[in-house]
Design a protein around this ligand. Sequence first.
Ligand code: C5P
Length: 272
Amino acid sequence: MVVFCSPAKINLSLYILGKRDDGYHNLFSLFQLVDLCDTITISSASADQLLIDHPTFQPSSDNLCYKALKLFKKSTNVKKSYSIHLEKKIPIGGGLGGGSSNAATVLYALNQLNNQLLNPLQLLALAKKLGADVPLFLVGSTVVGVGRGDVCFPMSKINLDECWIALSPLVVNTADVFAEVRHEDLQYRRAIDISSDIQAGNWGENDLEQAALRKFPELASMKKELLDCGFNKVFLSGSGGSFVCLGQHHRIPVGIKLIEARRFKKIKVYCG
Ligand code: C5P
């Protein structure tokens, strides 16, 4: 039996560079893994099974853990069966990459349990097949992703002293937000300029934010309320519905309409 943490990610910056022929968008994004984690326990079993500890999110063949298990077995010809137990803490549809992280963790864990049958590049190739956000979780804690976000480069550790995450109760569908993006939402910056900004610690741009705020007006009022708390910067993580808040606030936003205290958390970078 092996137990792994499956951390959430936030996007410290997300720029859309253009639309691709395959329906995806070319991105330039800075991802940071954070200390908000699901737990995945994998053990040998007589048949493959997925168990999930969550009040509403239940196992299905669409689940990325299950898809990762099937893909790993098919690609390696491993015949053994596994039981995967997922304890869900990362909110679903919150722009925090929970499902993608789970898939990456299952691939990594199965490879460990099978004497590293696949080398890191082969593992990354499988991760890409499962989703654009899956590879980053195999690359490092601070990662730049380009292409669909799946061509990933590890970056040196960053300092996130005062970083908070505010979770909304919304379940946001990533494809819907990308579909809502308009020409005027984009900044069309050159990759080299984005890269300089990122290295200088100028984060907080998200080209998906306007589309998400148009689609979900609740997010626009939540952002305003968070800014009223005095943070230096408040921006959406990925396609939402979670906000990243940088800097100190002058009051705990317990009274904020859309946020209960438990949905507001100070986070640290993930060092696992
Ligand atoms: O790859 P994944 O299933 O995570 O992507 C979900 C959806 O988000 C895609 O089907 C696509 O509509 C959109 N997407 C995109 N460009 C990206 C990543 C995701 O348009 N780089």
